[in-house]
Design a protein around this ligand. Structure first.
Ligand SMILES: Cc1cc2nc3c(=O)[nH]c(=O)nc-3n(C[C@H](O)[C@H](O)[C@H](O)COP(=O)(O)O)c2cc1C
Length: 165
């Protein structure tokens, strides 16, 4: 399949098989994040790879994040905000890195789901995230049980403006 066609088959998946993900695949997912672009190449991101079942259970205690529990691993994307550039662009940088990981995972047959539903205090306390780091989001990863069909997306003519809005 052409790479772009493969990318277009990505879907959010919330049901994962118990099968462990081979370490080489995890390494390539993390490498995709590490190689992402960042403003002034500051790379303010920090990624917390959560594999421990007790920790996943503790983080996946909400309605919209319970699939963290059955994920093979969940990655928390955070960034330090110690300088002006990182404060301004850290969220964008870390979001790009997480999405590059999502794409790298998908191209290797690993499914994922972005998670914005988290309790910040619980996350900070559980993972020992320092005060000078902000949290971007979480992404749960795992072997897909089934892949849902395409979600409804807005047509291009509603969202694309050429040369001027
Ligand atoms: C920033 C962000 C936060 C999200 N938070 C959650 C979440 O907390 N729980 C969840 O089940 N899905 C979450 N999603 C997944 C979206 O629901 C999903 O991307 C959307 O329905 C479109 O489906 P698709 O990814 O298959 O195209 C989130 C997605 C993004 C980008």
């Amino acid at each position: 399949m052409e790479p772009v066609d493969a990318l277009l088959t990505r879907r959010t998946v919330r049901k994962y098989a118990k099968t462990p993900i081979p370490q080489e695949k995890i390494d390539r997912i993390l490498e995709a994040g590490r190689q992402s672009p960042s403003a002034v190449n500051r790379q303010p991101w920090h990624f917390i790879l959560v594999t421990d079942q007790k920790t996943k259970d503790r983080l996946g205690n909400g309605v919209f994040n319970r699939h963290i529990r059955s994920s093979a691993f969940t990655i928390v994307g955070a960034y330090t905000t110690d300088d002006r550039v990182s404060k301004r662009w850290g969220l964008v940088d870390t979001t790009i890195a997480l999405q590059d990981m999502v794409v790298a995972a998908h191209l290797q047959g690993v499914a994922s789901c972005w998670i914005g539903d988290y309790n910040e205090d619980r996350l900070r306390e559980t993972l020992n995230i320092p005060p000078n780091a902000s949290i971007a989001a979480l992404v749960a990863f795992g072997e897909p049980v089934d892949t849902p069909g395409p979600r409804k997306k807005k047509p291009l003519n509603q969202i694309l403006h050429t040369n001027t809005w």
